[in-house]
Design a protein around this ligand. Structure first.
Ligand code: ADP
Ligand code: MG
Length: 761
């Protein structure tokens, strides 16, 4: 008998083992193979809808053979055999090239037989075809062979296949593995299995691959989802437990300091949510264990003020705070606006500085060496109570005198390991950590993705905030709407307001470079220079649904996305001639970026043509209108983020989503954005439409490999239960001494994640 950890070769043979090693992340052990679950199940006799196939897809279809014909090749020796298969409506041509005649194959592919056909879909002379598909015949309409009888009541598992190995070849190997494996341990504790009436591990693995019926399959799936949810929650519970054992310097509030002074001068009332979050954070900072808190809030809900108040509490307690921003534009803006909000409070050592004043230093990867040296010095000496920066803050030579608090803005761009890099910079114990995210996500998702953080939510917007009216501008059907759009921009500027025009691409040579970096995986390198917003853009600016690839929904090749530089030039010549246009994107030199942003903030630029560099955090209250070009190329949450830049100053906001996309899924996403301003609802939609791993992104390192069946949105209840059980178990038995099988499974999981992470890094 084989064990799950045994290599596949002796079980399935050399040839199959070699092919399986090339599947997914590489199936090498019996356990790897048995954890490679079917993508779906076919019931014998239920044919695959052939009309829905798309070019480029690797598919396995069940269909009936119709006409078969062979003809000699024209310019070479050999023959072409064509078999047309059908699902009763559509048809698909199977093409086989042979060196000689292919009589044997023609005999084999007899009309009326059913089979599974596997290959890559392509179109040739207007006909959908599979060239040289692999196939397995499963009998005739009437079960007239032994094989067909065997399959008669069976669900046929369909595996994600590759060009080297077809679905049923995987199924054959799985059958061999199931026959020879012996599973005598179960990672899921017995009392949990009993309580939730779950299959045992061995039974679940058998049933997921060879289910008797759909109910059997569902129960297997439920049990295996539990494994995924529970192990993840145990890991997170352990991490939370460990982090409460760390020591941090307590920074309780000190009366009569900067915070009190700041609160006195605040030009507005805090919202109830801001006050509540403030109290929670204030209490956290006063403890001698590090705070690990996630502050979630709708765009414009005023997270920065909450963070700044926490920062001042720490500075009052003689500590320093680091504010880590995802982009240079945002770091610069934070530096500018925080210095401004603090006024004399941030002018230590300067004329007019307040009594306990501190300093705000800015550190980015691309600033001049003199400015950089000064910032490094101010951080290391403690002169700067507040140090704001991009990834450059993570570098080793950045030192602090007494780092007490780390604030991370827009968490989804920072990984856990980056948080760790900063944590190591505290002189004594660990710093407190406050993470802010502007893409609010459902609580269960937050619990899982940021499961080692406590979650606080800001749900209300400050009073006086205007709604942002959003409309879709469908230029395919209504080209003249675009003219109207530019007229509208002119009108807005005429009333003294300002506008953004957002494009998905930079244009010029910069794109090639951005894409090159994305491809080489340098997106999260700490060396700075280029911001990573464009990299991300290159990665997901061309938002594709599923497997559409370079083809639009109509099957037409897509034109390249509109570029900032092109659009700016056209607008300047034509519809926006006479307005003061500015151009902003991540490839500008940092001081240029800063100048453009400043000019826009000060009202010297009417219209800012820009990439998504303005997506997060940029705050210009006088900007009241945004036009998003090629809006269908952005994700739902991204659009919501972007439009959050307008309607901030009490002027009603207007956002126009310009798209050439015809009615269809892309347009529906845009309609959804137009229909609601609820960021939580939109992020749900986003999560449903993207592959989960993409959404979870770098924040969860390699976790995508461990979630195969579990979906964070549809399995909320299960995740909640698993979290509770995990909390209870780790409370009673933190080291899992009584659960050796569970402990081993978790170790293996973490090892796999680490390996995957290292591969990516
Ligand atoms: P976000 O949560 O999106 O980061 P910001 O912190 O940038 O939001 O705040 C958006 C704007 O709202 C800023 O101009 C800020 O000064 C302002 N603001 C924050 N809190 C309040 C409040 N309680 N009342 C009025 N304006 C506020
Ligand atoms: Mg913000």
């Amino acid at each position: 008998m084989a064990k799950l950890s045994d290599p596949l070769r002796p079980v399935v043979g050399d040839k199959a083992a070699k092919r399986l090693a090339g599947l997914g992340t590489g199936l090498r052990t019996v356990g790897d193979l048995l954890s490679y679950y079917p993508r779906r199940y076919e019931t014998r006799g239920e044919l695959t809808e052939l009309a829905g196939l798309r070019d480029g897809e690797h598919v396995t279809v069940q269909a009936m053979i119709g006409a078969v014909s062979t003809r000699p090749m024209r310019n070479r020796r050999g023959s072409i055999l064509e078999a047309v298969v059908t699902d009763g409506h559509g048809s698909l041509t199977l093409t086989f090239f042979g060196k000689g005649r292919q009589d044997w194959r023609e005999r084999q592919l007899a009309p009326g037989l059913y089979g599974l056909f596997s290959g890559q879909v392509s179109t040739f002379r207007g006909k959908r075809q599979l060239a040289h598909p692999e196939y397995e015949l499963i009998g005739g309409a009437a079960p007239d062979s032994a094989r067909a009888a065997e399959f008669a009541s069976e669900l046929i598992p369909i595996y994600p296949a590759s060009k080297d190995i077809a679905s049923w070849q995987i199924a054959d190997s799985v059958r061999l593995a199931l026959a020879s494996v012996e599973i005598d341990t179960d990672p899921l504790p017995g009392q949990i299995r009993d309580k939730y009436r779950l299959y045992g591990y061995a039974r679940a693995l058998t049933a997921i691959h060879r289910p008797e019926d759909m109910r059997d399959k569902s129960r297997a799936e439920q049990r295996l989802k539990w494994d995924e949810a529970f192990m993840l929650q145990v890991v997170l519970a352990q991490r939370r437990r460990v982090s409460t054992e760390y020591i941090a310097l307590a920074r309780p509030p000190v009366g009569g300091g900067l915070l009190a002074e700041f609160d006195r001068g605040l030009p507005f009332e805090l919202t109830a949510g801001q006050r509540l979050a403030g109290e929670t954070i204030c209490a956290d900072l006063g403890k001698s264990h590090p705070m690990h808190r996630l502050l979630q809030g709708e765009v414009g809900s005023g997270k920065t003020v909450v963070a700044l108040r926490a920062i001042l509490q720490v500075v009052d307690a003689a500590g320093q705070a680091a504010l880590l921003a995802p982009t240079e534009v945002l770091a610069q803006q934070h530096h500018r606006s925080i210095s401004q909000m603090l006024g004399p409070l941030a002018m230590a050592g300067q004329l007019g500085g307040a009594e306990h004043a501190t300093r705000v230093a800015l550190l980015t990867g691309s600033q001049g060496s003199a400015a950089r040296r000064r910032a490094l010095l101010e951080a290391a000496s403690g002169e700067a109570g507040i140090v704001i920066g991009t990834h450059a803050l993570l570098e080793e030579r950045v030192q602090f005198a007494d780092l007490g608090l780390i604030v991370i803005d827009e968490q989804h761009r920072f990984g856990v390991e980056q948080r760790e890099a900063l944590r190591g910079k505290a002189a004594e114990g660990r710093p407190h950590v406050l993470v802010m995210t502007a893409t609010p996500i459902p609580r269960t998702v937050a619990m899982t993705v940021f499961g080692d953080l406590e979650v606080t939510e800001l749900t209300e917007l400050p009073a006086g905030r205007s709604a942002i009216a959003t409309h879709v501008v469908p230029t395919a059907e209504k080209p003249h709407y675009l003219d109207r759009t530019w007229e509208r921009v002119n009108e807005e500027v005429a009333t003294g307001r300002q506008a953004y025009v957002v494009c998905p691409r930079i244009g010029g040579d910069a794109d090639a470079e951005a894409e090159g970096r994305a491809a080489s995986g340098a997106g999260h390198s700490a060396q700075g220079f280029a911001d990573d917003e464009e990299i991300r853009l290159a990665e997901d600016g061309g938002f594709d649904l599923g497997d559409l690839g370079e083809l639009g929904e109509t099957g037409q090749p897509r034109r390249p996305a509109l570029a900032v530089t092109d659009v700016a030039a056209e607008l300047k010549q034509g519809p926006l001639a006479g307005l003061r246009l500015g151009v902003l994107h991540g490839r500008l030199a940092p001081d240029e970026k800063d100048q453009v942003m400043l000019a826009f903030a000060d009202g010297h630029v009417d219209v800012l043509v820009t990439t998504t560099v303005v997506e997060v955090g940029v705050d210009v209250p006088n900007a009241s209108m945004m036009v998003i070009m090629d809006a269908d190329r952005f994700g739902v949450s991204q659009l919501h983020q972007l439009r959050g830049r307008v309607g901030r100053g009490g002027h009603p906001g207007l956002c126009l989503l310009v798209t050439e996309a015809p009615a269809g899924p892309s347009r529906e996403r845009l309609d959804a954005v137009a229909a609601t301003q609820d960021g939580f609802a939109l992020s749900r939609l986003d999560l449903e439409q993207r592959r989960e791993g993409d959404v979870l992104g770098a924040a969860q390192a390699g976790r995508r490999s461990s979630l195969k069946l579990l979906t964070l949105l549809r399995d909320e209840e299960l995740i909640g239960q698993a979290r509770q059980e995990a909390e209870q178990l780790t409370g009673a038995d933190p080291a899992l001494a009584g659960q050796p099988a569970l402990a081993a499974a978790i170790d293996a999981l973490l090892d796999a994640e680490r390996a995957e992470f290292l591969e990516k890094a």
